[in-house]
Design a protein. Sequence first.
Length: 151
Amino acid sequence: MTAQTIRFKRWDGNADLPVPTYATTGAAGFDLRADVPEDQPIVLKPGARCMAPTGFSVAIPDGFEMQVRPRSGLAFKNGVTVTNAPGTIDSDYRGQVCVLLINLGEEDFTIRRGDRIAQGVIAAAPQWTLVEVDDLEATDRGAGGFGSTGV
């Protein structure tokens, strides 16, 4: 598969923030950074949620989505994760990308300007024909879920 181009539009007032980029050549996700005022960081208390802006809009090709995923280091070290992980940025959305974060840790977490707060992953998201039917084909599993197959 050849690489495609994803276009980002910079919002006013954030010329100092880099365009989202991959940290390494093998990275699946690219870094999304916080666009918060230098003198007004977000202090995320334990159990609290916030919506952190990134300062960019994005144009995702039809048939794809941008998934907004947690950064493993933030989750492990600080308990900070993406609330609706993975969040979805649809191909027809052109507003600012924001990241919904929650602090599941035990201490305040400060989000400063330019901090890497999440990662974006481009994934296929085809639209299917959705139909109602009277019955579904049987499977060995059936309706079993929520741990029904064991640990």
